[in-house]
Design a protein around this ligand. Structure first.
Ligand SMILES: Cc1ncc(COP(=O)(O)O)c(C=O)c1O
Length: 423
């Protein structure tokens, strides 16, 4: 091999400057160590701050019943499973959780994975064979993209939540493939909008596709009791496969794939990320089981979540923020360029409010967001405090109270996120 082709493998690490530049500018928002947390507020760098950047939608991480259940599971089963469920790590607790989850989700069968990320990666890579295709929303989560990458089949993307574009690509390509799967988030993790499941189901039927919904952000949030996107639309059987995570509303870690018996049996015996990875720890599984029971017995958590989410999305829109018209507990604020988003988040943090910016490549160039999200346990005092600081900063950055800038942001929202802008 010619010498000039040889380099040190680590050169790219040394040359990687992006994060260092943000650190040097004093606006680095990542890896902030949380010293203590009540759920809705955290202590970082010695100061209490209102948390509006978490996925703890129902606030169950601090529910006494949940904490008790986790402790009991440690007493009963120890701290870890020390192996794959396939071999030595399958607990009766996992199976009980699967049984109750199937009932809750209205699915014939389901399978618990160690994380949500692994669930998507494991299910998608297993389901897709040679000659098969995934039709994937452009805003789908990274774990779906990793599943697609592992899969032998092909991927065709469609414009975010755009059913005309989905039909366009189906018309153009469907007859080139064997099996087909339409894949989308139920609630999109960054823009907070809800996937148009009824229209996608109709297209799936028309073009002989299966439909896979990632309900990471919808589990515990959408539907009468938090059963997810299909239940929100009152079409409980609309998705052939439902994926969920336990790292958000269910206050733990882990993930689930729910579908019919044949599909779950197949994944259980074929999915390498499932078979060759250790099982979800006992305390984590017990946490989810208790959360599942609580969401069915204590509807006040879901009601409070929606009260708070509606208050915040209404108020932020009223102030003139471009929220991409989100109507869910995930409310993004469109800021524009990456540096301004970092600076905005830093000033917010300095004034006692914790939320993180979303920059390239997670969003298109010039479309940086501040991702805010709300919980059942936020108090009015906490939310009002956050609103006041956001309003001050919104004015300071000229993204509210400035018609011209608001129109520019509205145009960006329309062009890149496909939503009618709110400004
Ligand atoms: C839409 C979506 N899917 C999957 C995942 C992965 O889930 P987990 O973090 O529980 O592994 C996430 C997490 O951020 C997500 O937002």
């Amino acid at each position: 091999m010619a010498d000039k082709l040889m380099s040190d493998l680590f050169d790219k690490c040394v040359a990687f400057e992006d994060a260092k530049r943000v650190q040097a500018a004093g606006v680095y928002p990542f890896f902030r160590p949380i010293e203590s947390t009540s759920g809705s507020s955290v202590v970082t760098h010695g100061k209490r701050r209102v948390m509006i950047g978490s996925n703890n939608y129902l606030g169950l991480t601090h529910h006494p019943r949940v904490q008790e259940a986790a402790k009991r599971a440690i007493d009963e089963f120890g701290t870890g499973c020390t192996g794959s469920r396939f071999l030595n790590g399958n607990l009766a607790l996992h199976e009980q959780l699967e049984k109750e989850l199937c009932k809750f989700l209205g699915k014939e069968d389901c399978l618990i994975f160690a994380t949500g990320f692994l669930s998507n990666q494991g299910a998608l890579s297993t389901l897709m064979g040679r000659g098969d295709v995934i039709y994937s929303d452009r805003e789908n989560h990274a774990s779906i993209i990793e599943g697609q990458r592992l899969a032998i089949g092909d991927t065709v993307k469609f414009r975010h939540n755009d059913m005309e574009d989905l039909e366009r690509v189906l018309k153009l390509t469907r007859n080139k493939f064997q099996g087909a799967l339409i894949v989308a988030d139920g609630i999109f993790s960054m823009s907070g909008d809800i996937f148009n499941l009824p229209a996608a189901r109709a297209l799936a039927d028309k073009y002989n596709c299966r439909l896979y919904i990632d309900d990471a952000h919808a589990l515990g949030v959408l539907g009468p009791r938090g059963e997810g996107t299909a239940h929100h639309f009152n079409m409980p059987d609309a998705a052939d496969v439902v994926m969920g995570t336990f790292s958000k509303s269910f206050a733990s870690i882990g993930g689930v794939i729910a579908a019919n018996k044949d599909v779950i049996h197949y994944i259980k015996h074929k999915s390498r990320p499932f078979i060759f990875s250790a099982a979800m720890p006992p305390a984590a599984a017990a946490t989810v089981l208790e959360c599942l029971r609580i969401v069915q017995e204590e509807p006040q958590h879901l009601a409070n979540l929606w009260k708070n989410a509606t208050k915040m999305s209404n108020e932020l829109q009223r102030l003139g923020f471009n929220t991409l018209n989100s109507r869910t507990p995930v409310v993004p604020l469109l800021i524009g360029d990456d540096y301004n988003a970092f600076l905005f988040a830093q000033k917010l943090y300095d004034r006692g409010v914790f939320a993180t910016p979303v920059v390239r490549p997670a969003v298109p160039e010039g479309c940086a967001l501040l991702r805010t999200s709300y919980m059942a346990i936020h108090t009015d005092e906490e939310l009002d405090y956050a609103l006041n600081v956001l309003e001050d900063l919104g004015r300071e950055f000229g993204i509210i109270g400035n018609q011209d800038r608001q129109q520019e942001l509205a145009a960006l929202a329309q062009a890149h996120f496909g939503v009618q802008a709110s400004a």
